[in-house]
Design a protein around this ligand. Structure first.
Ligand SMILES: [Zn+2]
Length: 226
């Protein structure tokens, strides 16, 4: 949103809804409350996922309104926090060459109008000055994750993700971004697929990790907000 537009559509802080000046992505009070240390969680397949936030409170509100209430401006703050967490954790090991995202099925994208993980990943790509590329797609037939049991989710995820162009993946170090990590199943499946296609390494990041995340606790993913 440019400066002129922001006069007609005043920006609000994604976390507390206070009005913002045109060049701010969140208010200084909320920014001061951002966690100083990112969360780092091991995925079931061994990669780690880093995230600036836990999925609760004001962050949960900001993400929910971004995804379901059309507040797309919120992505700038969320992506800014992801980029900062990546710099914080990976520091000098930011050797990934391409940034990509967990895909959304075409049906789902038509319904919502956008893939929330893709818009975040594109912002992170600009902030970290690394190219973004869509490397994965998802079958339209995939059932909605939150309608499935834990066991069904693993099976469904196994069959629904595909690599678009293996040539672009082979030998590459990739940063894979999702919006919320709940069970870690989706990021695990996508990174395993990318590695099966020859990716040298897959770094994973999300905006938030569910508060109860525990790879051995089957109840941790039941409130998946996808
Ligand atoms: Zn605020």
């Amino acid at each position: 949103m440019n400066r002129i537009l922001s006069i007609f559509y005043p920006r609000k802080c994604p976390y507390c809804s206070k009005s913002l000046k045109y060049d701010m992505t969140e208010c200084i009070v909320c920014r001061a409350e951002f966690p100083k240390v990112p969360r780092i969680e091991a995925l079931p397949t061994g990669e780690i996922c880093i995230a600036p936030f836990t999925y609760n409170g004001a962050v949960r509100k900001a993400i929910t309104e971004y995804k379901f209430k059309g507040k797309r401006f919120n992505r700038y703050s969320l992506a800014g926090a992801v980029a900062a967490a990546i710099k914080n954790v990976y520091n000098k090991d930011m050797s990934f060459e391409l940034i990509t995202c967990v895909p959304m099925s075409k049906d789902r994208k038509m319904e919502r109008g956008f893939n929330q993980a893709e818009l975040i990943a594109r912002c992170v790509s600009e902030l970290l000055e690394k190219p973004f590329e869509k490397l994965l797609y998802r079958d339209d037939g995939a059932a909605l994750q939150h309608e499935l049991t834990y066991k069904q989710r693993i099976t469904a995820a196994d069959n629904s993700f595909h690599v678009i162009a293996p040539d672009k993946v082979r030998g590459k170090k990739l940063l894979l971004i999702d919006d919320i990590m709940t069970t870690g199943t989706t990021l695990s499946r996508c990174s395993a697929l990318l590695k099966d296609c020859g990716a040298e390494r897959v770094f994973c990041a999300s905006v938030a990790i569910s508060r109860e995340y525990d790879p051995h606790n089957k109840r941790s993913g039941q409130n998946n907000p996808n």
